[in-house]
Write a protein that binds this ligand. Structure first.
Ligand SMILES: Cc1cc2nc3c(=O)[nH]c(=O)nc-3n(C[C@H](O)[C@H](O)[C@H](O)COP(=O)(O)O)c2cc1C
Length: 380
């Protein structure tokens, strides 16, 4: 940002001109985005207990689960619970999803004023029909004048940085992220994360890091984070160095092996044992009971979220049993664990995940059933 721009006065607060509190953008809080490991926002799975684990294992930046601006404005208690921060989250943001610029601006102002967070992110990637049809999530990539109004309005009322998380575009062969990034530089956006897939594409093809690289050049000097398919420290190193991004965001890699952050920082593979993995589950359950309560309701909530997580965790193949490094998009070969617990942990059967939950939380209630919410397969 130029000196002239940083001297400009910014307005926060409700509309009438005379009521506006003036805030110079010099006073805006800043984040040093360089070289940080960013745990992706993950609906349902990226809850506070999970983020605590990722923080302990080396994640630098964390973000709450996507929250709908309209629900926050209506005071929905469950939506407000989604944006709660743990004290270990030292660079923490909230991801907002919405289609109406005015509601998003109001919500940003409210969050900035009422709760301590370090940044707010606009969700421009959500592919879910319900969100998309209403013009939110990835539909914002097609509604650029609304987006401009939304972004300019939000940066005006916020004292903390605004970031955008987008995909390459809506359609596979019509990438538009580069042109939005070019404009975002003029809108006072602090950082953009680009998930290298279109809305249409889902997880079936690998993320396009060549395009991410092109966008990092367009974004400069605004930092760009690259996102997609990072599963080992080698993936991280290769994509970070080759694309020239400021940092990398990790989603499924952290769900399948939350120790990925430690592996990246220490530049090695961790041949983690089944009992070390079980200790991580115990830690999660303790954080879960602390967060959701240790009464019956809290126990069953913790169990549900643990089962959701196990639907990702079982995809991890211990490095010690593999001849080649595991890739996120490869279907794991059939193999037997090195001990009984490891074999149980790699099971694809929800019945076995329930067994693991019973080892940690006691027997399930009668007629208990579980179907995972997310089927974002790591290997298509
Ligand atoms: C279970 C799940 C939930 C997700 N929820 C969100 C979300 O709330 N907001 C968002 O921007 N992206 C969400 N994503 C997308 C991820 O943040 C990330 O962009 C995507 O998974 C690609 O990164 P990866 O290849 O490292 O997983 C979600 C992904 C998964 C698998």
């Amino acid at each position: 940002m130029s000196v002239e721009e940083s001297e400009k006065t910014k307005a926060i607060g409700p509309a009438p001109e005379e009521d506006l509190i003036k805030l110079t953008s010099r006073e805006k809080k800043k984040i040093d985005w360089r070289d940080k490991l960013y745990l992706a926002p993950l609906t349902t799975l990226g809850n506070l207990p999970f983020r605590r684990i990722c923080k302990r294992l080396g994640a630098d930046i964390t973000c709450g689960e996507m929250a709908l601006s309209v629900n926050l404005l209506q005071g929905s208690a469950s939506e407000w619970a989604l944006v709660k921060r743990h004290e270990s989250e030292d660079v923490y943001g909230i991801q907002l999803c919405g289609s109406n610029a005015e509601a998003m601006i109001k919500c940003a102002e409210l969050l900035d004023r009422e709760i301590g967070v370090d940044f707010i992110d606009i969700n421009m990637g959500c592919p879910i029909d319900l969100v998309y049809k209403q013009g939110g999530g990835s539909a914002l990539m097609r509604r650029q004048s609304c987006l401009e109004h939304m972004v300019r309005g939000m940066t005006k009322v916020m004292s903390i940085p605004l970031t955008l998380k987008m995909r390459t575009g809506v359609y596979r062969d019509a990438s538009v992220a580069h042109s939005i990034i070019e404009k975002a530089k003029l809108w006072d956006v602090s950082m953009v994360t680009l998930h290298g897939r279109s809305k249409e594409q889902r997880y079936l093809k690998l993320a396009d890091w060549k395009y991410i690289k092109e966008c990092a050049v367009v974004a400069d000097p605004m930092p760009l984070y690259g996102n997609g398919d990072i599963f080992t420290y080698e993936d991280y190193k290769y994509q970070k160095e080759n694309s020239g991004v400021a940092g990398v965001m990790i989603g499924r890699g952290a769900l399948i092996k939350p120790w990925i952050f430690k592996e990246i920082k220490e530049e090695k593979h961790w041949d983690i044992t089944s009992s070390e993995r079980f200790d991580i589950l115990k830690e999660y359950v303790n954080y879960g009971l602390e967060h959701w309560g240790s009464d019956n309701e809290g126990i069953e909530k913790t169990r549900r979220f643990l089962l959701e997580w196990l639907s990702f965790l079982h995809r991890y193949i211990p490095v010690g049993v593999l001849e080649q490094t595991q890739k996120i998009n490869q279907r794991p070969p059939l193999y037997r664990g090195r001990d009984h617990l490891e074999t149980l942990m790699i099971s694809k059967s929800a019945k076995d995940w329930i067994k693991i939950s019973e080892m940690l939380l006691g027997p399930t209630p009668p007629d208990f059933e579980f179907l995972p919410k997310h089927k974002a397969n790591a290997y298509g």
